[in-house]
Design a protein around this ligand. Structure first.
Ligand code: 5AD
Length: 338
């Protein structure tokens, strides 16, 4: 085995120079070794099980204006929607009957409607007590994070988007500061949420050294979940003409982070399968261990357009691909387990 991969596996760490080399190398056999080693590490942690999460995109109303995102508040070309309590519960029911034991409620950042989710979370928790609830609702006041946690939410995804503060400022309006994002992540941790962070790969102005900073931030925070996908341009944003991020680089990051944090829950993301037809399974083979099939009512899916050409990761297709490679799923919350 190449020394670089071996050190990364044995020490769970690598100097910056080695990380840059793994991210930038053209040496295909080195990349294959990296992926294989990460795949074996994932199998040591999880066997050949892949955890499923049922994604429910509950609202595309957002107060933020992130320069890359299709549901930014200044985009007047999309129909805004928020699912009702009844709609959310029927999504959970469908997901549950398909064997899903984690519901992910994701939406734009909107503290006043997020407040309305508190009783809904409590109801989901009471109706399906053997299931986990993950939230992904952006930056909210501590008190609201706390109420949602007490109502029964177990996990929270809040991508840091980029660890580099100057880069963060290039991707977000002046009203959004990186400090707030990081403060929220620490608050979530304080509330004992299983916490997820992550970034886009190939976002405008990104450099390899920023990805190394991302890796270092993740290594320091040690999140229970790591969400990483390629940037995909959306026509109604400032970044419409920027190229999409690389699927290959995204998978190398899954592999590197798997070797650094063997037990982390790392999804093979929808964004990856949107840029690469067999991206879902390739992400798993590169060390990811989670897939998030979409359970949003079909009539709202187009309106939840973070980026264009978004895949739905239909459950049956997912299961077929996985079993062809010897992987399996089962009704399982798939909690972080150190
Ligand atoms: N391409 C890829 N990912 C995107 N996201 C938002 N817009 C895009 C885009 N254009 C991601 C962000 C956000 C998550 C919900 O979706 O990383 O945290």
């Amino acid at each position: 085995m190449t020394e670089l991969v071996q050190i990364l596996r044995d020490k769970r760490d690598l100097p910056d120079k080695g990380l840059v080399e793994l991210l930038e190398t053209d040496n295909q056999s080195l990349v294959e070794e990296l992926k294989e080693c990460a795949r074996e590490t994932a199998i040591e942690s999880f066997g050949k099980e892949v955890f499923l999460r049922g994604l429910i995109e509950w609202s595309n109303v957002c107060r933020n204006d992130c320069l890359y995102c299709g549901i930014r508040c200044s985009n007047a070309n999309i129909q805004r929607y928020t699912l009702t309590r009844e709609q959310i519960l029927s999504c959970c029911e469908l997901a549950y009957s398909s064997g899903i034991r984690t519901f992910v409620l994701q939406g734009g950042e909107n503290p006043s409607s997020a407040q309305n989710l508190v009783p809904v979370v409590a109801e989901i928790h009471a109706s399906w007590p053997d299931s986990a609830i993950t939230l992904s609702l952006g930056e909210l006041p501590f008190e609201l994070y706390e109420k949602l946690r007490i109502a029964g939410a177990d996990r929270y995804l809040l991508r840091h988007e980029t660890a580099n503060p100057v880069h963060y400022a290039m991707l977000h309006p002046i009203t959004m500061g990186q400090g707030t994002r990081l403060k929220c992540l620490y608050q979530l941790r304080e509330l004992c949420y299983q916490t997820g962070m992550g970034m886009m790969v190939g976002s405008p102005f990104q450099k390899t050294e920023y990805l190394v900073e991302d890796i270092r931030l993740i290594q320091m925070f040690r999140p229970e979940m790591i969400g990483i996908g390629p940037f995909i341009p959306h026509k109604d944003t400032k970044f419409a003409d920027f190229p999409a991020g690389s699927a290959e680089l995204t998978m190398r990051l899954y592999s590197i982070l798997r070797l650094m944090l063997p037990k982390a829950n790392i999804p093979s993301t929808t964004a990856l399968s949107s840029v690469l037809p067999d991206g879902r399974i390739k992400g798993i083979l590169a060390g990811a261990n989670v897939i998030m099939p979409n359970f949003t009512p079909p009539q709202y899916r187009d309106a939840y357009s973070l980026y264009e050409g978004k895949s739905a990761d239909p459950l049956e297709e997912v299961q077929k691909e996985l079993s062809a490679e010897g992987y399996f799923t089962r009704p399982n919350r798939g909690d972080y387990n150190n």
